[in-house]
Every structure is written in structure tokens, then in C-alpha cells.
Ligand binder design. Structure first.
Ligand code: GDP
Ligand code: MN
Length: 354
């Protein structure tokens, strides 16, 4: 029988071996936005990430909140990992509804959405969250030193072991954005987002009126600095950009490159959306905003589907199959996967490369 001390030593030896001291690590961190009341779900998620991946890699954690985390919260979370954890406070101006938003108009928007029974339709805090995740999280001081992040939410589950480092994968393959689940957005949450992007933002960049006959190629050729030549427009639109098909990447899972959000193109795009007020007048989600930007400003081959990462955020999950499922010792049912179900956009994504 070993003493507790001996056992600790073994674990730490094991941990050192597992953390591949001689292997390059990416400049990356986990990011988790949460309220103090999210504690049980936060614990579940961190445990899942640590068990399936991070106990080997020891990437740091950054937790963010617009209110200070309680001591109890910090203690319950810190105990779950050997990696460093920091707890950050979100600056007021990155979170709360700006004063220049017409509150009466915003209230009417919320009321209308509640009447339509749209999820979070009446919630201001949800809108704060979507706006923060769209344009501000990567500006937080605790994230300045990092390039890549892996977004985690409370009560998500990772089903499989990963035998490689997805951050390094992103870096080595020049990926800027990745997903495990893609789906159709609720149209009533973003009635004017596409028009704002296309007729507003894009025509703000170019005077060209985008009629269905004018292909985006013309525009792209003229303004390569914002819209990428080999973009993924066909993921977003079935008619060359005329209308939005509502496909987006489900952003509760993201492994992505913050330097992409920090580019001139994305900064201009976010500022343009922000100035239109749609985060409050409507309920623009960070998922369609990130997705549209990734699809238009990055090369299509810079967006990656992590087929081998088994992941669940209620009510959907992606479960790998075949060899990936076996190798990953996955705990999910491989037949229960969102991939080619009716509301999934994965087929459209794959068609980009067909
Ligand atoms: P859903 O996944 O769209 O149903 O939205 P969630 O309730 O999971 O919120 C998305 C993320 O934002 C999660 O990480 C939440 O913990 C976090 N979040 C949502 N609202 C707030 C809030 O008011 N304050 C803080 N600090 N985090 C929030
Ligand atoms: Mn969630």
C-alpha cells in the first residue's frame, strides 16, 4: 500500500510524462463565460474537458463574468485542474446595453419576440452575452497574451479521448475557426442581419449594389482586403449571397484564432453591426455573427469540422463513428449524432469541398 505522498508523486510523475514536456504547446487557453449561479454546470464541463483532454495537456483556463466570482466558486473550480486558472471581471462597457441604444425601440423588439415565443426573446442579459461573445471577449486583458481559445459552456460534455492537440492542429493547418455542430438559426432573431451584412456592411465597403445577377466574385475581386477570395459563401447562401439560408456554426463550442477576431476586417464588421443596434433591437446571436464572418473573411479551408471530437450541448450532440469512436473510447451512442439530421448544415459545409 502506498502512502498519500507517494501516490501524489506518482500522479505528478504521470502527469509530467503526459504533458509532453518536449512537445510544443500552442499559445492557447480555454475560455468560459459564466455566472456564479452556473457553478454546478461549470464544474461538470471542466471535469469533462480535463478528463478527456486537458489532464494531459494542461492548457490554462480563463473564466469571465460581469460580476466578481465568489470565493466558493473559485475554490470549487480551481480544485478541478492542475493547469493555471484565472478569473476575470468584464469591463462594464463590454457588457451592458450602451446608453445610445434607444431603450424604447429595444423594449418593443423584446416584446415582439416574446409574443413569438422566441427563446430568450425577452432577455436583456442574453443580448449582453451575445454581444460580448461577438465583439469583446477577445479584447479582455486576460486573453491578450493568447492566440487560440477553446470556448466551453456550463453543462457541456466531451465524449471521447483526443490523442492529439487540436490547438496545434489549428496552428499547423492555418485554421481560424472550427465547429462540431452546425444548424439553422431562428430567423426571427436576426431579421435584418443579412441585409445589414450584405447591403449595409458590404455596400458600405463598395458602392456596388448587389443584385442577384451581380456575383460576389466581382465584389471580392475589388475588395480582397475584407472578403476572402476562397470564402465559404455557399455555406451561408443557396443563391450566391442574395439571401441567407440561416446556416451557422453552433458557437457554444469553438476552437478558434482570436487574431482573426482582432483583424481589421472583423473589427470593421463588428463595429458596423454594433452601430446598427441589432444586438438589442433584435437578438443577433454570436453564432451567426461569428459564422458569417468566418465564412466571408477566411478561406473556406480555414474552417474546420472536428469530426473526432464527441460533444454535447443540450439538446444536440455530435458523436464520432467508426474508428474514431473506438480510438476515442467514446461514451456516446454513435447513432445519436446531429451530423446529417434535418436541421444540420453539415452537408452544406461538406459541399464546399466536393
Ligand atoms: P444558450 O446555450 O444559448 O442556451 O445560452 P447559455 O445560457 O448557455 O449562455 C451562453 C454562455 O453565456 C454560457 O457560458 C453562460 O454561462 C453565459 N451567460 C449567459 N448569460 C450570462 C450572464 O448574464 N452573465 C454571465 N456572466 N454569463 C452568462
Ligand atoms: Mn449554453
Amino acid at each position: 500500500l502506498r502512502t498519500g505522498e507517494q501516490y501524489d508523486e506518482l500522479i505528478s510523475l504521470d502527469n509530467n510524462l503526459r504533458s509532453f514536456p518536449n512537445v510544443t504547446k500552442a499559445n492557447a487557453t480555454f475560455v468560459l463565460l459564466a455566472r456564479n449561479s452556473d457553478l454546478p454546470g461549470v464544474v461538470n464541463s471542466i471535469q469533462s474537458v480535463e478528463d478527456r483532454f486537458n489532464r494531459i495537456h494542461n492548457y490554462s483556463w480563463v473564466l469571465l463574468n460581469e460580476e466578481p466570482f465568489t470565493d466558493d466558486f473559485k475554490e470549487r473550480v480551481t480544485v478541478l485542474t492542475r493547469a493555471s486558472i484565472s478569473f476575470g471581471l468584464i469591463p462594464r462597457e463590454h457588457w451592458f446595453q450602451p446608453d445610445w441604444i434607444d431603450e424604447e425601440r429595444a423594449r418593443q423588439g423584446r416584446q415582439k419576440m416574446m409574443a413569438q415565443r422566441i427563446i430568450y426573446g425577452g432577455s436583456v442579459s442574453y443580448r449582453n452575452m451575445c454581444r460580448f461573445n461577438s465583439g469583446f471577449f477577445f479584447q479582455h486583458e486576460l486573453l491578450q497574451q493568447y492566440r487560440y481559445y477553446w470556448r466551453i459552456e456550463p453543462d457541456v460534455k466531451f465524449f471521447c479521448d483526443l490523442d492529439y492537440d487540436p490547438f496545434l492542429y489549428m496552428q499547423e493547418h492555418e485554421k481560424v475557426y472550427s465547429f462540431t455542430i452546425s444548424l439553422f438559426e431562428w430567423e426571427p432573431t436576426i431579421p435584418t442581419l443579412w441585409q445589414t451584412t450584405k447591403g449595409g456592411f458590404l455596400s458600405w465597403v463598395t458602392p456596388t449594389q448587389l443584385s442577384p445577377a451581380v456575383s460576389f466574385i466581382d465584389f471580392i475581386a475589388e475588395y480582397p482586403q475584407y472578403v476572402e477570395n476562397h470564402n465559404a459563401m455557399d455555406f451561408l447562401s443557396n443563391d450566391g449571397g442574395k439571401s441567407y439560408n440561416l446556416c451557422h456554426f453552433w458557437s457554444n463550442f469553438e476552437i478558434a484564432d482570436m487574431d482573426f477576431w482582432r483583424t481589421e476586417a472583423y473589427t470593421a464588421y463588428f463595429n458596423y453591426l454594433e452601430q446598427k443596434g441589432g444586438f438589442y433591437y433584435e437578438r443577433w446571436g454570436d453564432a451567426p455573427v461569428h459564422s458569417i464572418a468566418a465564412a466571408l473573411f477566411a478561406r473556406r479551408d480555414q474552417i474546420h469540422f472536428f469530426r473526432d471530437i464527441g460533444y454535447r450541448h443540450d439538446p444536440f450532440q455530435h458523436c464520432p463513428s467508426g474508428e474514431q469512436w473506438t480510438k476515442g473510447r467514446c461514451s456516446c451512442d454513435p447513432t445519436d449524432t446531429f451530423d446529417y439530421t434535418a436541421n444540420s448544415c453539415l452537408k452544406k459545409f461538406e459541399k464546399l469541398f466536393a
